[in-house]
Design a protein around this ligand. Sequence first.
Ligand SMILES: *Cc1c(COP(=O)(O)O)cnc(C)c1O
Length: 371
Amino acid sequence: MTAPRLQIDLNKIYHNAETLVARLSKRGISVTGVTKASMGLPEIANVWLQAGVSGLGDSRIQNLDTLRRASIVAPMVLVRSPMLSQVDQVVALTDVSLNSEVEVIRKLSAAANTINRIHGIVLMVELGDLREGIMPELLEATVAEVLRLPSLVLEGIGTNLACRCGVSPDDRNMAELSSLADSLEATFGISINTVSGGNSANLDWALNCADTGRINNLRLGEALLLGCEPLHRQAIKGLHTDAVTLFAEVIESKEKPSKPWGEIAQSAFGAVPQSNDTGSIKQSILAIGRQDIDPCGLTPPSGIVILGASSDHLVVDSGNYSHQLAVGAEIPFQLNYSALLRAMTSPYVTKDIMRTPMTRHLAENAQSSCA
Ligand SMILES: *Cc1c(COP(=O)(O)O)cnc(C)c1O
């Protein structure tokens, strides 16, 4: 076994996806599985499709290309506004993209026209989180433009909350999105097929609100992988929060003073926190660092405390751990979204995909049905 590595349990990932797909489908909401935190790992995408997600989404066209090359057949959505420089790839590789700029939409239309394809447009609406989206009062003008352009179909509208400013999805902003869908239908005599209410942060609202209105799609990544909702980072009942585990290897283990000595200036990553003198401690170094993980996003086993991290070293105090941390030992960590994202995208972290018999069967089915 090589370290560091992410151990990915496909059975648990399947369970999480199947559970959320079933709960949301009772409320008339489909799930787009967002693969960006796994760099478009085909094994995970296949398991999600088996579990019933209606399509796959990613913010990076390279990841959607990875999925296409793995012969995955599913509706694919680019969830970040296309770059003008990428419109040709976007219409070739995806069915739908989320958009908020007319200039980009015009170029998508021209690119789709050139290759004789119809590209779907979901218009993103700004509802307060101040990331992407058209201001609500300007939505009609943009819709009129989309309807006028060749080789495009207005697939629907959507919004994204809780990403930049932590604005929570609630009855008020979700009702506003629903009523925008109604009024566009009335004004233009069209039907708005997709009303995509947001991401994992919408789950609390979607599963507990009295009325989901016109919202009929969510784009989910974090909740499917980590089993928790991002507003308060609480575990979602019935989901696995340990589908992905990180293992790192000990390369030094020594009794050392808890307090540094010498003239203290900055460390490799800026200011150093004051350290208290607690005498000598059991200090270990693991061969993993900021290139691979966000040290603040790791949860070590109980009894181990993370003291600091540089590019390639994670320093821990194992004083209260049940085992001696010998050189060569492997320590498991749970990850939050930030640590997961970085570990998944680090070429130094091996991805160990656990195929238990149930998921091997699923993966084979997925492959044969896509061949
Ligand atoms: C990343 C992203 C998602 C998925 O977010 P999660 O918090 O992982 O569920 C959905 N929509 C957009 C636009 C995104 O960028």
